[in-house]
Design a protein around this ligand. Sequence first.
Ligand SMILES: Nc1ncnc2c1ncn2[C@@H]1O[C@H](COP(=O)(O)OP(=O)(O)OP(=O)(O)O)[C@@H](O)[C@H]1O
Ligand SMILES: Cc1ncc(C[n+]2csc(CCOP(=O)(O)O)c2C)c(N)n1
Ligand SMILES: [Mg+2]
Length: 325
Amino acid sequence: MLSEFDLIARYFQQPGLASAGPWSPQLGIGDDCAVMSVPEGRQLAVSMDTLVADVHFPAAAAPELIGYRALAVTVSDLAAMGAEPAWFTLGLTLPEANPEWLSGFVQGLQQIAQKVGISLVGGDTTRGPLTITLQVHGLVRTNNWLSRKYAKPGDDIWVTGTLGDAAAWLSYLQQGLVESPTNENLKALWSRYYQPVPRVAEAQKLVALGCQCAIDISDGVLADLGHILTMSQVGALLDLSSLPASNALQQVLPDPEKRQEVMLTGGDDYELCFTAPPHLAKNIIELLSPSCPITRIGQINQAPGVVSTSGQPITITKGGYQHFS
Ligand SMILES: Nc1ncnc2c1ncn2[C@@H]1O[C@H](COP(=O)(O)OP(=O)(O)OP(=O)(O)O)[C@@H](O)[C@H]1O
Ligand SMILES: Cc1ncc(C[n+]2csc(CCOP(=O)(O)O)c2C)c(N)n1
Ligand SMILES: [Mg+2]
């Protein structure tokens, strides 16, 4: 039987996780706290996500996928700020210490940790219903970050990648239509749900270009753009015909109305929604689009509310995923 301390030493205190990125802690796993130095000219950006089995991910999913997805979606919040991932802590609540499950989970965690360059510096392990809490620490250059509150009237509204893929997969799964992908289109949607790509490099490019306003899309673009609008005290004109759909989504959801709804409100995209003055458009396209598709989906208005280019008001009926309603 694994003790809590054996479990930590065997699965978490290993170089593949603890030294997965370039920013080594002064003191990592093993003491009462971890100690990290923030380099001169940088500030710390901190965010936390709690992921509950069967609320945020299917409990029965492969542990590699659960580990990968959990850290990817949490790092997406660092991306939204234009921060460089540096360190993370892991609060893990497990119903049992199953070695097979744990080694799969750590494998998935390690894959994404190494991809984005973030090192595990500490955590807490407890027994109970499967819940994963990740706290991520990133570095920004002093006073140089993206925020939800800096959208200005006249700014273009952009999104990275495509929308609705992960939500379409989830809806297939929840309707019991599929358990695992059976063709290339479903495989593409499946991977958007389980292996989201936090847009870390793209956001840092946006900061370098002088962009100031972004959010990551966890709740659907309508709800998350809504946070930008509220915090910036502005409104938006949206060109619904421009919303970017992947080929897979177009094949799987050929009905344009259903597709539009899933793209606007589905959630789990982990793409960026950002705004920028039109004079930056050319530079943004040149710097980002060779490696990441970007699409202009509208413009920031002075007047509050969201309207479509055809003049229809667009109301947020669901307001994103609500845990208590
Ligand atoms: N329990 C809490 N105590 C303090 N602040 C909180 C708490 N819960 C949320 N917040 C803060 O509220 C803000 C919005 O949190 P939320 O979790 O909705 O973030 P999000 O980025 O919109 O969503 P996601 O977690 O899907 O990325 C963040 O600044 C977050 O730190
Ligand atoms: C199994 C399963 N069922 C439903 C969903 C959908 N979902 C749950 S929470 C959330 C928003 C972000 O959460 P939070 O605001 O807590 O960070 C979304 C889109 C999912 N991902 N997996
Ligand atoms: Mg977020």
